[in-house]
Design a protein around this ligand. Structure first.
Ligand code: NAD
Ligand code: MG
Length: 411
C-alpha cells in the first residue's frame, strides 16, 4: 500500500470537508457527534488514530471518510483488511507522514487537532502551513512550539480557533479585533486588563499534602466535572493542565504571564473571563461539555446546535472562587516559571510531564513524583532560544530521556 493521497477533486462543493486528528479520543468522538447533527454543513474527509483498530473501523463504517490513518503499521493493515471485507471504500494510510498529509490536503477545509501530546505537533503545523481552519484541542502544540506555530498560522493564512474550553471562552469574550490579528494583537490597547483562567481544582482540590502523597491512579482518573482522556485527566489532578493552559493563553492571546491569573472555580460553569480596564469582567458560561466549544469552532462565526443541554442556573445555585495553592499543586508554579524562563523551557516541561504522567498511569511512580521529575529535568537542562521545529523535536527527545532516568531512580 502506497502512502500517497489521491488528488481528484471531490464533487463536494458546499459541505465543509473535515479531518479529525485523534478521532477515537474523547474530543474526536465528541466532534463527530456535533458533525452528525449537521450533515448538510460537514462531511468527514479523514479520521486518524494511534492503534485502536476496532474504534476506527466503526467510525469509518458510520462516517465513510475518504481516508483513515493509523500510526501503527500493523493496526493499519488490520483496519484495511476489515474495511475491505465490509465493502468500505475508505483508503487506509499509515504512519506519521500520513497524519500531516490528511491535515494539509487541498480538499480539506477544517482540521480538528485532537491528538494527545507532542505527537500532535507535526500534523497541526502542517494544517497551519496549508492555511486550514484549525480547531486546536492539542494544547501541547502551543506549549512546545507556541512561537513557531503562531508564525505558521499567520504565514499560512490559517484560521485558528481554540477548543480548550477556557481559551474558547476567552476567545468568545475578547474584542472581535483580536481574532483578526492574533499574533500582533495588543491586549492593553484593546482595553483588556487581564485574563482569568478558571480551574475546577480537580479531584484533590481539598486534599492535604499528606493525602496527595498517597493518591492512587484510580482516584486521580476520577475527575469531578469533565470526562476526558487519561493524560489530560492526570494533568487536571496535578493542575499541570492549568499550567499548560497558562502557556497556551500566552501564545493565543499575546498575553504577558503577569496578565494571566488562575482562579479555582469548582463548579466549572464559568469557563474563563476577561477583565477590561473599565472594571467590566466578561465571562462565558455553560454546562461543562466540550461539544459547546467544538460546535463554536465548527460553526464560527455562526452558532450551531451542539446537543448540550441548557444551563440550569437555579440548579447550579452557587458559583465559588478561590486562589490556587502552589504548594500542594507545584506543577502550576513550575509552568509559570517555565513560561517566564521562555525559549525551550516549556518544551522541556511538556516532555518531562508526558513521561512522568505515563509513569504514574503505569503505577511506576507516586502522584507527587510527577512534579518532582519535571522540576529536576528542568533544573538539569540548558534553556535555549527556539530556532526551529527540528531543534524542538531534539529537545523533546533529550528531555524524555532525562525524565525516564529520573523515573528509574524513583521506581
Ligand atoms: P484521548 O486520549 O481521549 O484521545 C487521544 C487521541 O489521539 C486518540 O484518538 C488516539 O488514538 C490519538 N493518539 C494518541 N497518541 C497518538 C500518536 N502518538 N500518534 C497519533 N495519534 C495518537 O485524549 P483527549 O482527551 O481527546 O485529548 C486530546 C487533546 O485535546 C489533548 O491534547 C488534550 O489536552 C486536549 N483537550 C482535551 C479536552 C477533553 O475534554 N478531553 C479538553 C481540552 C483539551
Ligand atoms: Mg481546559
Amino acid at each position: 500500500m502506497v502512502n500517497v493521497l489521491l488528488n481528484s477533486k471531490s464533487e463536494e462543493t458546499v459541505r465543509q470537508q473535515v479531518t479529525i486528528l485523534g478521532a477515537t479520543g474523547t474530543i474526536g468522538l465528541q466532534t463527530l457527534e456535533v458533525i452528525a447533527l449537521h450533515p448538510e454543513r460537514f462531511s468527514v474527509f479523514a479520521l486518524t488514530a494511534n492503534a485502536n483498530v476496532q474504534s476506527l473501523f466503526e467510525l469509518c463504517i458510520r462516517y465513510a471518510p475518504q481516508y483513515a490513518v493509523m500510526l501503527q503499521t500493523t493496526s493499519a493493515e488490520s483496519l484495511r483488511a476489515q474495511l475491505k471485507a465490509a465493502g468500505s471504500s475508505t483508503i487506509v494510510l499509515q504512519g506519521e507522514k500520513a497524519l500531516s498529509e490528511v491535515a494539509s490536503h487541498e480538499q480539506v477545509d477544517v482540521v480538528m487537532a485532537a491528538i494527545v501530546g507532542a505527537a500532535g505537533l507535526h500534523p497541526a503545523m502542517a494544517a497551519a502551513r496549508a492555511g486550514k481552519r484549525i480547531l486546536l484541542a492539542n494544547k501541547e502544540t502551543l506549549v512546545m512550539a507556541g512561537n513557531l506555530f503562531m508564525q505558521a498560522v499567520i504565514e499560512g493564512g490559517a484560521t485558528l480557533l481554540p477548543i480548550d474550553s477556557e481559551h474558547n471562552a476567552i476567545f468568545q469574550v475578547m474584542p472581535s479585533q483580536h481574532s483578526q490579528n492574533l499574533v500582533n494583537s495588543n491586549l492593553a490597547s484593546m482595553g483588556v486588563k487581564r485574563i482569568l483562567l478558571t480551574a475546577s481544582g480537580g479531584p484533590f482540590r481539598n486534599a492535604s499534602l499528606q493525602e496527595l502523597q498517597m493518591v492512587t491512579r484510580a482516584q486521580a482518573l476520577n475527575h469531578p466535572n469533565w470526562v476526558m482522556g487519561p493524560k489530560i485527566t492526570i494533568d487536571s489532578a496535578t493542575m499541570m493542565n492549568k499550567g499548560l493552559e497558562v502557556i497556551e493563553a500566552h501564545w493565543l492571546f499575546n498575553a504577558h504571564p503577569s496578565q494571566i491569573d488562575v482562579v479555582i472555580h469548582p463548579q466549572s460553569v464559568i469557563h474563563s473571563m476577561v477583565e477590561y480596564i473599565d472594571g467590566s469582567v466578561l465571562a462565558q458560561l455553560g454546562n461543562p461539555d466540550m461539544r459547546t466549544p467544538i460546535a463554536y469552532g465548527l460553526g464560527y462565526p455562526d452558532r450551531l446546535t451542539s446537543g448540550v443541554s441548557s444551563l440550569d442556573l437555579l440548579k447550579t445555585a452557587r458559583l465559588d472562587f478561590s486562589e490556587p495553592d502552589m504548594i500542594r499543586f507545584p506543577c502550576l508554579q513550575i509552568a509559570y516559571d517555565a513560561l517566564n524562563a521562555g525559549g525551550t523551557a516549556p518544551a522541556i516541561l511538556n516532555a518531562a510531564n508526558e513521561v512522568a504522567v505515563e509513569a504514574f498511569l503505569t503505577e511506576k511512580i507516586g502522584f507527587m513524583d510527577i512534579s518532582e521529575i519535571i522540576q529536576s529535568v528542568l533544573a538539569a537542562s540548558n534553556i535555549e532560544r527556539v530556532t526551529s521545529i527540528e531543534q524542538l523535536v531534539a529537545v523533546d527527545e533529550i528531555s524524555r530521556q532525562a525524565a525516564f532516568q529520573r523515573v528509574n531512580v524513583l521506581c
